[in-house]
Design a protein around this ligand. Structure first.
Ligand SMILES: C[S@@+](CC[C@H](N)C(=O)[O-])C[C@H]1O[C@@H](n2cnc3c(N)ncnc32)[C@H](O)[C@@H]1O
Length: 240
């Protein structure tokens, strides 16, 4: 699950290495944050893809001139025959398992024919399994997602995603890590997900126990204040 982000720093890094010419841009796993940025670029056209219908209304409001498509990347017909100058892959790798299990291994290859210029990829390093209270927060979130019968986000390290890009024929242009500063917004965001999932538990006693455990953990995690924990990474790769 993406952390509270500093999109300015990540997107500014892409703007710096891209220069002023954007051409036709594809946001290949869109959301309000990424489309909010892409919509401000001096692009010839903006196309954005999501597989989640619930996002559509707000995406159309965020960037009224963009072409926003509801589609599934496992479908060969999606954007068949179309290519783009720049393709943004913003927190998509970790989300794919929830929508098309195991397709993350083929996703960058699937995108390749659509990339005339570069891929700009944002990823989240897997959460450190360090026994910290934030580690507990993430494990609690995932436990509740699994108990509800849903699939968790699955993040991959920069080194693995770099290999996938290279194997799919991209040439790495540049890459950078962005350590995450984590505080109340992240803690509440992750534990609110956990809380929502407990509503799907059929066992009343288990639900009561989990809700109490979530709130006890929330108090401990909020108590520690802001810390630097985990990292995002950006990769720029040439596909054309
Ligand atoms: C975590 S969200 C990305 C967040 C977004 N870039 C933002 O503004 O922060 C992941 C996006 O990728 C899309 N996605 C994930 N798997 C997909 C798939 N198999 N086909 C199409 N879209 C997919 C989701 O629907 C969602 O729009």
């Amino acid at each position: 699950m993406p952390p509270v982000r500093r999109e300015d720093a990540l997107f500014q890094w892409f703007e710096k290495i891209n220069g002023p010419s954007w051409g036709d841009v594809l946001d290949a796993g869109t959301g309000d944050h990424s489309l909010g940025w892409v919509g401000t670029l001096p692009a010839r056209s903006v196309t954005a893809v999501t597989v989640e219908a619930w996002r559509m209304n707000s995406l159309r409001e965020v960037a009224p001139k963009a072409r926003v498509l509801l589609g599934q990347w496992t479908d060969p017909a999606l954007l068949f025959g179309e290519s783009f100058d720049q393709v943004l892959v913003d927190y998509v790798i970790g989300a794919i398992d929830g929508h098309a299990p195991f397709f993350q291994y083929d996703y960058l290859e699937r995108l390749r024919p659509h990339v005339r210029g570069r891929v700009y990829l944002v990823g989240l390093e897997p959460q450190p399994r360090d026994g910290s209270v934030l580690d507990e927060v993430c494990r609690m979130r995932d436990a509740c997602i699994l108990l509800a019968g849903h699939r968790c986000y699955r993040e991959y390290p920069r080194a693995i995603v770099t290999k996938w890009l290279e194997r799919a024929g991209y040439r790495i242009v540049d890459a950078k890590d962005f350590p995450n500063r984590i505080g109340a917004r992240f803690v509440n965001g992750q534990l609110d997900v956990a809380l929502r999932k407990t509503k799907l538990l059929r066992d009343d006693a288990l639900r009561v126990t989990m809700v109490a455990a979530i709130e006890e953990l929330r108090a401990r995690a909020l108590d520690q204040g802001d810390v630097t924990w985990g990292a995002d990474y950006c990769i720029a790769a040439e596909g054309g």
